[in-house]
Write a protein that binds this ligand. Structure first.
Ligand SMILES: [Zn+2]
Length: 388
């Protein structure tokens, strides 16, 4: 089984091409990182201490990965701008004043842009909530502010909405915060973060109809130019899951970060050199995540030879896009196992190209969702969190 993970060596051996070729042909990928609260001590997993946050910002810097603005990201998506092979976007959800008090000074120190996602029902409500004046200061300093709904309710199953009112309510969850930010701050919110990352086809359509150019989930995976605009994953940092931040900065073995092993030295621990989602070794909350492998670095792939197998399911009808050379599949059934292995076999000319990688389903995904469902509690700081 371990041998399956000798991806780079296998590909290089099968195809007789150097690993450097893969690196040269990798398309730009963006890792979007999501934060919530900054406090000392961190009272629950969605909070991290300011010192921990500073350390992570330093890690991004040490890895040589540029932090880009949402505007650059949107321009790249529209084909108006190119991006480096790898980059990071920083987002902070919910509208806590610790973003203003603790995170912003650190981000300024590093010169990092960020996007602040706020929702109508919380801004200016006192306690730990950001004020309109603070938001105006952030705006004036060039901080991007995006929509995070009106109520912060579950957009699929809201708690107090009658079925007949649902469509109108849903539309207003997207447009209400957009209109409010326009009215109070004179800004156009271009992007939206789904509360708790919860969305489905209907929700995605409503968000797109409201005019948002990109809508973000909490399912950590790298974003490419082809990632669907209404379903862009983010790595949500939790103080009890350091692997999420590491996964965000891991762009594959051919794109080494300082401290990791050089390509080819130990491909067993560094994962596949080809771009895959979910990324090798990453943890996802989604139990039906889009699973994909980009074969654009391998010449002359025979589309008919491609086979994808997922542990617990078996062979699946993956699709191959000849333009992007991406093999992809979204499970129709929920993945129950904590560890999922994906195998892809393909023929290139007369040679075989086999690869495999593994990722993890967050075993506490449902409890995390429940934790995130708690509304902000100003009087009882411990354990409360409105979440993503
Ligand atoms: Zn939230």
């Amino acid at each position: 089984m371990k041998k399956l993970f000798g991806f780079l060596a296998l590909f290089a051996a099968c195809l007789g091409i150097s690993p450097a070729l893969f690196a040269a042909e990798l398309p730009s990928q963006v890792a979007i990182i999501g934060y919530h609260r900054f406090e000392n001590p961190a009272k629950d997993p969605l909070a991290i201490t300011p010192e921990h946050f500073r350390k992570q910002m330093q890690e991004i810097k040490d890895a040589g990965i540029p932090v880009i603005s949402m505007d650059d990201f949107l321009a790249w998506r529209k084909g108006e701008k190119t991006l480096p092979e790898k980059s990071v976007i920083i987002t902070i959800d919910d509208g806590y004043n610790c973003t203003y008090n603790h995170a912003w000074p650190i981000l300024k120190e590093f010169g990092y842009p960020f996007t602040f996602y706020v929702y109508s029902g919380y801004i200016g409500t006192g306690g730990r909530a950001v004020t309109w004046d603070q938001l105006a200061q952030l705006r004036d300093a060039g901080v991007d502010i995006g929509g995070h709904s009106v109520s912060h309710d579950n957009l699929i199953k809201p708690r107090r909405v009658k079925p007949n009112d649902y469509d109108g309510w849903l539309a207003n969850e997207f447009s209400g915060i957009k209109d409010l930010l326009k009215e109070k701050l004179g800004i156009e919110a271009k992007t939206f973060a789904y509360p708790y990352g919860i969305q489905n086809e209907k929700v995605r359509q409503a968000g797109t109809a409201a005019g948002y150019q990109a809508l973000f989930t909490v399912s950590g995976k790298k974003v490419t130019k082809d990632t669907a605009a209404a379903e862009i994953g983010r790595y949500v940092v939790q103080s009890d899951k350091p692997q999420t931040f590491s996964a965000a900065l891991h762009f594959g073995a051919s794109q080494m970060t300082p401290g990791s092993k050089p390509a080819g030295a130990s491909t067993q621990s560094s994962g596949p050199s080809l771009e895959v989602t979910p990324t090798h070794g990453s943890t996802v909350a989604d139990d039906r995540p889009e699973i994909s492998l980009n074969l654009s670095g391998i010449p002359d792939i025979d589309p008919k030879s491609i086979e994808m197998r997922i542990s617990g399911i078996g062979q699946v009808p993956a699709t191959f896009d000849p333009v992007s050379s991406v093999v992809s599949y979204r499970p129709t059934q929920r993945l129950h196992a904590q560890k999922i292995t994906v195998q892809v076999k393909a023929k290139s000319g007369k040679q075989r190209a086999d690869t495999a990688w593994e990722f993890f389903r967050d075993p506490s995904a449902s409890s995390m969702a429940e934790m995130m469902m708690e509304p902000p509690k100003e009087t009882k700081p411990a354990k409360s969190s409105p979440g993503a």
